[in-house]
Design a protein. Structure first.
Lengths: 285, 263
């Protein structure tokens, strides 16, 4: 499978609109960061892509086909925090069953990786801590080596060391398979070294979809005396404005034809998390 | 890159995963059956008037429960592995027949061996198969074959009925479940009480002590017809299996994974 297209997808739960007119294309061989606040619609979007739930309107196309069949469904794996695996299955049994469905699954390597994380593969899933369960489901997902791997909150409950180990594992599998990995997480700064494409989602809408490089190069902080900043404010697309002690800080999106800045104004690079927060706060206002 | 040694078709893999607990099921089967028959033998040999038996009937309930309650977990786990619904449906059907076949073979063999031992001990251990009409009972290999056929259609039929109801129950929300299960439960219980009164206490259908005689009569008539001949029994069971599979498949077609935190 080469592409997954989400076309005009909306999802309503009674009176709650979880997703609104989502249009998105996931291409082969990229790591996407699906970022958003709690309840933004990230998990709902992934569930619809993985065909776990149906959209209220719109559709998802897999290589322009409306349905996953026996062959194309082997190209997709979605790991989610919800309970979708039998409680009494042992870790090694889970790996073995998944290996039956995904022919590229490397059983020995999966068990070895889990042991490296300190997980006893003889334990049943209901005996694992939240963090260990998240590791198991993430490693199993990565080992499927599917063309499209969707990881919803893969680091939930992990300590810092295990998060780092998992990020290394994600990169290793990505380098070996050159597949598409979608990471849905709150830990924006941590994954900014991994992802190539960013999808910001807020209140069921995609508010930004761009390459990481494009986003970081387009957004800058301008800081200077408030009086001077007022002169340049109209010439920029301001995402966020903060005023303090006679100084103003603007997070702006550069348009390419920005006029030269007057002296006394400093320019600094904005981080991905700052940009994300600014967009979210902007919507709040 | 090293991949798995054996590769199976997706359908076969799905059936294998559905059958993942067979080993545990059959170990517990032999444990419970052996334990019960040992108690039965001890009671018989000790000359006690107390009799313990009929455990084979439990596997009738086991098939119903396996179908009814196994569906949700299996469906969600298979959906987790992105198995298309058409493949899942085929796998459920194949696994249902395998489960019924293995259970009926195991129960038939065990029951016959146990009955042979109990006859040798000159004591009778009550059996679920005692409920089978006398005309169906034959000795030797034909008897073994007949018992197997009856149990096979019984267990497979009950398994698929359970699976169908499990699927219907899964698709319904809590209001739907109340609307579906309460009237169904009342009618079914009414019918079952009528059947038991009619068969065990020989009460005429017109004299049944049930909530509604009109609703109980079809159950008695249906059971009378099933019991008339092996042919009737096989036809009725086959029709029930077919209806359960078709209705279950139609209901299953639009199923989504249900999440506890989804409103």
């Amino acid at each position: 499978m080469q592409t997954i297209k989400v076309c005009d997808v909306s999802k309503n739960y009674r009176d709650v609109s979880a997703l609104r007119d989502i249009n998105l294309e996931l291409e082969a061989g990229k790591i996407y960061g699906l970022l958003g606040r709690n309840g933004a619609g990230k998990s709902t979007l992934l569930k619809i892509i993985a065909d776990r739930i149906k959209p209220t309107t719109g559709r998802v196309l897999y290589d322009d086909e409306a349905k996953l069949d026996d062959v194309s469904s082997r190209d997709l794996y979605f790991s989610e925090p919800e309970k979708t695996m039998p409680d009494f299955v042992k870790v090694k049994e889970l790996c073995r069953y998944t290996s039956l469905f995904y022919p590229r699954f490397n059983l020995e390597e999966a068990l070895q990786t889990l042991n490296d994380f300190g997980i006893n593969d003889n334990k049943r899933l209901n005996q694992l801590s939240t963090g260990h369960f998240a590791i198991v489901r993430s490693i199993v997902a990565l080992q499927t080596r599917a063309s499209f791997i969707l990881l919803d909150e893969p680091t939930m409950g992990h300590d810092a060391v295990n998060r780092e180990l998992l990020y290394n594992e994600i990169l290793r599998i990505y380098r070996e398979e050159e597949n598409t990995i979608v990471l849905s997480t709150h830990l924006i700064d941590e994954i900014s070294n991994l992802i190539e494409e960013v999808i910001f989602i807020d209140r069921g809408r995609i508010i930004l979809e761009e390459s990481l490089e494009g986003i970081l190069s387009a957004h800058i902080y301008l800081v200077g005396p408030s009086e001077q900043m007022r002169q340049i404010e109209d010439a920029h697309t301001v995402i966020e404005k903060k005023e303090d002690l006679g100084f103003t800080s603007l997070l702006v999106r550069q348009t390419g034809d920005d006029s030269a800045l007057p002296p006394g104004i400093t320019v600094s690079q904005a981080g991905l998390q700052d940009i994300f927060i600014a967009y979210s706060m902007n919507l709040d206002r | 890159m090293k991949t798995n040694r054996k590769e199976y078709s997706l359908l076969l893999s799905t059936v294998m995963v559905l059958a993942r607990d067979y080993k545990k099921f059959f170990l517990s089967f032999f444990g419970v059956m052996t334990g019960l028959y040992l108690i039965g033998f001890v009671l018989t040999l000790s000359g006690s008037t107390v009799r313990v038996g009929g455990i084979e009937g439990v596997y009738f309930l086991a098939c119903l429960i396996a179908g009814l309650f196994g569906f949700r977990e299996d469906f969600i786990f298979l959906a987790q592995n992105q198995i298309p619904k058409s493949t899942m449906t085929k796998a459920f059907v194949i696994e249902g027949f395998c489960f019924g076949l293995l259970t009926s073979v195991a129960v038939t063999i065990f029951t016959h061996v146990a009955q042979l031992i109990s006859s040798a001990l000159k004591g009778h251990i009550p059996s679920f198969l005692d409920l089978i009409p006398a005309w169906m009972k034959q000795s030797g290999l034909p008897g073994f074959g007949l018992t197997f056929v009856i149990l096979f259609f019984l267990y497979v039929g009950v398994y698929f009925i359970g699976l169908m109801f499990g699927t219907i129950n899964y698709r319904l929300n809590w209001i739907g479940r109340i609307i579906f299960w309460v009237p169904f439960g009342v009618i079914f219980l009414n019918g079952m009480i009528g059947v038991l009164q009619h068969y065990l206490d020989s009460v005429a259908p017109e004299d049944l002590d049930v909530m509604s005689i009109t609703l109980a009569k079809p159950f008695i008539s249906a059971l009378d017809w099933f019991m008339q001949s092996l042919g009737n029994f096989v036809i009725a069971s086959s029709v029930m299996i077919f209806i359960s599979i078709v209705v279950g498949a139609i209901v299953f077609r639009g199923a989504e994974v249900k999440y506890s935190n989804v409103k």
